[in-house]
Design a protein around this ligand. Structure first.
Ligand SMILES: Cc1ncc(C[n+]2csc(CCOP(=O)(O)OP(=O)(O)O)c2C)c(N)n1
Ligand SMILES: [Mg+2]
Length: 784
């Protein structure tokens, strides 16, 4: 399929653009003026932001895009996006009056909730534009490993104020995003943000920043009339005068009466500009000086073609536009959330030649515009995403260790084990923001190599890590940007949609820095992406490293974040089962769930470098058997130490997660000496337990019945006895267990910033020592 189909006539595209402008405006209007919600909360929507991109979007969908292209649309242009989908026949008419309605069109494009196909969710500004850049990184990887897909262009339409977000520049600067000639960003350069006209003139800075990062920069600044004026005698002075004008002053011309425009425009102007403008009427002058290129379809299509011609680096187009183009609120500094009045809507409807009866119609199929829509709909039609057979991910790699082992070490070994398995190893792709070796990916990298679009010579061979870079490598190394890590993981986890290829993505980073990339993590989860991320090492157990590297609230984040499952095992074999299970879920999203619940999304493993004696796990294994133990480990908890049960002896349940199991076991032994039975439960996934509890609670609430205690909890805590929870994370992550089981609960954890020291020091200061756990158990018993 050719990249540039025969270009439709500009007048025809202008006609279509008017209809897009009308529908986008009216979609927001109907939501606000016609919907009765009765809740007093304004519905909202963005007519001006949509109008600003109407020309660009019409040019793209009606004259430029191919079916294989993938595009991210600025959040506030969602009405224009849905208007276009409707005109192309991809959206039912009933949705046009359902913007921001429950089950209707989402306020901002959503992959998972919109009724028409959205390639990239947007909403949190800055992330939407970065997504297709990283999707192109993922495509480059897929093409190199699984053969070239039909060529796609990865496009982002972004607001100019989105360039204020730091993640934009982290994405642009990362070595992993260099050289992607199939990427084009179109900046809707309307010089307005939400609150104001952006002060000064920022274009030189933006241009230089993109160019310095190796991007191809295109400006579509002036419309055809201004271009013609610049070519006339005296026109050069006019161009210099407009170029030097600040945004605030230029923007102020839009809302003015033509006579006032002359006065404002010429205030302080040199003589040649005055002379030039003297030949124009007030109306001509006002319309001339606000004639911008971003509303010239021909100029925009030429810019897209110029970007296609540059194939060795990403392109950015600065399209100079008018926020509110073609609407009475054009250029008004306060127009971001402004809505047209009923009279203004009536006037617009009449201007585009529609009536109350025809206002929601599609383009008349008997007209040239209607025929263009039909042709483009056919041209853009995509095959549905294929369902494919699951990858043969095993239930375990068979890892075992007689020696003490940390979960971080086990993680590295399991990945090496998986890399050896046919049909699995080749689908694994790892990524890290400059911490691959310190998070134990070295073994995997030694087997698979590092990905680079071209073979790179290694200048300093390392005996420990074989850092050979080539298109065959399966590790994508990033600069130190946790935002980029989660953006890339998010896109690697969506290659089944964007690039017709399922991958098994695994990312690693130091656990505290999950928070540094959290916005992109939330974005990935919101977008429905599936991947594994290991936060390692975590907690104050990273003792000598000190407070800046010790994570405390990440476990809560993992538990609370939707579409993400927090997993924090203590023992190597448990991790083996859990990691294989997670990858199997990613490899077969449709698979029936052994746990009886649907749990799609990311798997967040919170790991540690503390070597733990594996013997207690082997004892539990001998007691429970592999099948039962594995089922309970996957479900979130199992009884690690069974204290037996003597009638009349006080019983306490010590529920611990991760690195603190040795202290918990020691506390149980001390309690036994004091005549108290202490069972020890290893919480492998607080998240799965919590989710199971919530499900039974909600079931009870919705059916007005007494909620039961979920099976996963009952299996691990088979009695009503007080609980102490122990976690190298904030104490509240597990504190809910008391409520869930209806027993007193004393939660121990880390509720202050850490500091340097030995593990024993840090555990002492945070009450995670055996002595503290014993005292907490006594307190829990006293609270009965
Ligand atoms: C991360 C984030 N911060 C703040 C907002 C609120 N917000 C929405 S739009 C906007 C201004 C956007 O300006 P620009 O990108 O220039 O878009 P346009 O002018 O085209 O509306 C802001 C601050 C947001 N959506 N996301
Ligand atoms: Mg703007």
């Amino acid at each position: 399929m050719p990249h540039t189909p025969e270009r439709p006539d500009a007048h025809l595209l202008d006609e279509v653009a008017q209809r897009v402008l009308w529908l986008a405006t009216r979609i927001v209007d109907a939501a606000n003026r016609e919907r009765i919600t009765g809740d007093g909360v304004k519905v909202g929507g963005h007519q001006a932001s949509s109008a600003s991109l109407v020309t660009t979007m019409t040019a793209l969908w009606f004259a430029h895009l191919d079916a294989a292209d993938r595009i991210s649309v600025k959040p506030h242009a969602s009405p224009a996006f849905h208007a276009i989908q409707y005109l192309l026949g991809n959206l039912d008419r009933s949705y046009l009056t359902r913007l921001r309605d429950f089950g209707g069109l989402q306020s901002y494009p959503s992959r998972t909730k919109d009724p028409d196909h959205v390639d990239f969710s947007t909403g949190s500004v800055g992330l939407g534009p970065a997504a297709p850049l990283f999707a192109a990184v993922a495509r480059r990887y897929v093409d190199a490993h699984f053969g070239p897909r039909p060529a796609s262009r990865f496009i982002a339409l972004l607001g100019d104020a989105e360039l204020d977000e730091g993640n934009i520049w982290e994405a642009v600067a990362d070595p992993a995003t260099q050289g992607l000639g199939n990427v084009m960003w179109v900046v809707d350069f309307n010089r307005q943000s939400l609150d104001r006209v952006v002060p000064g003139i920022r274009i030189q800075q933006w241009r230089a920043q993109f160019a310095a990062a190796g991007w191809h920069v295109v400006e579509v600044k002036y419309g055809p009339r201004l271009h013609a004026a610049y070519g006339r005698p005296g026109g050069a002075g006019l161009e210099a005068w407009i170029d030097a004008m600040t945004n605030e002053r230029y923007q102020s011309l839009f809302g003015m009466a033509p006579a006032d425009v002359r006065e404002r425009f010429l205030d302080g102007a040199p003589d040649d500009v005055r002379t030039f403008c003297a030949t124009l009427s007030d109306d001509e002058l006002a319309s001339l000086v606000t004639d911008l290129g971003g509303h010239d379809v021909t100029a925009m299509l030429n810019a897209f073609a110029a970007c296609d011609a540059v194939t060795d680096r990403p392109s950015v187009v600065f399209a100079y536009t008018v926020k509110g183009w073609g609407l009475p609120l054009a250029g008004n500094p306060r127009n971001h959330s402004a809505l047209l009045s009923g009279e203004q809507i009536d006037a617009l409807r009449a201007r585009v030649g529609l009536t109350a009866d025809t206002e929601w119609d599609r383009l008349d199929p008997t007209t040239a515009a209607g025929q263009l829509a039909a042709l483009r709909a056919e041209h853009l039609r995509r095959d549905p995403v294929q369902t494919r057979s699951p990858l043969p991910v095993p239930t375990a790699t068979g890892l075992s260790s007689a020696k003490p082992m940390s979960t971080q070490e086990a993680f590295g070994r399991i990945l090496v084990g998986l890399s050896r398995i046919d049909g699995v190893g080749d689908h694994l792709v790892t990524t890290a923001p400059d911490v691959a070796t310190s998070t134990n990916l070295a073994g995997f990298i030694n087997r698979t190599g590092v990905f680079a679009p071209e073979e790179r010579r290694s200048w300093s061979p390392d005996p420990l890590v074989k850092w050979s870079e080539s298109p065959a490598g399966q590790h994508i190394e990033l600069g130190i940007s946790e935002m980029n890590l989660f953006l890339l993981l998010g896109m690697l986890g969506l290659t089944w949609d964007h690039s017709d290829q399922l991958l098994l993505p695994v990312g690693t980073l130091y656990d505290p820095f999950v928070l540094r990339g959290l916005d992109a993590y939330v974005y990935a989860a919101y977008s429905g992406s599936r991947f594994v991320v290991a936060g390692t090492p975590s907690g104050v157990t990273l003792a000598p490293e000190g407070g800046a590297h010790q994570s405390t609230i990440t476990a809560s984040v993992g538990l609370e974040l939707p579409n993400t499952t927090l997993i924090e095992p203590a023992y190597a074999v448990a991790l083996d089962w859990l990691l294989c299970h997670a990858l199997a879920r990613i490899a077969d999203p449709g698979q029936g769930d052994a746990l009886g619940k649907t749990e799609d999304g990311a798997y967040y493993f919170r790991l540690t470098t503390r070597p733990l004696d594996q013997a207690p796990f082997e004892e539990a294994r001998a007691r429970l058997g592999d099948a039962t133990l594995r089922r309970q480990v996957l479900a979130g908890a199992y009884r690690l130490r069974d204290a037996g049960g003597d009638e009349g002896v006080p019983v306490v349940q010590l529920a611990a997660c991760g690195a603190v199991l040795p202290e918990t076991l020691a506390a149980a032994a001390e309690l036994a000496e004091e005549g108290i039975l202490a069972h020890v439960v290893d919480i492998t996934s607080a998240d799965r337990l919590y989710a199971a509890w919530q499900r039974t609670l909600r079931q009870g609430i919705r059916t007005a019945t007494t909620p039961s205690i979920p099976g996963a909890l009952r299996a691990a805590f088979d009695m009503r006895a007080p609980i102490v929870t122990v976690h190298d994370a904030s104490s509240h992550t597990l504190a809910w267990l008391g409520s869930a089981l209806g027993v007193p609960c004393v939660p121990l954890g880390v509720d202050a910033f850490g500091q340097s020291g030995a593990v024993a020091d840090l555990y002492a200061v945070n009450d995670l020592t055996p002595g503290s756990i014993v005292n907490a158990a006594l307190a829990a018993l006293a609270l009965r």
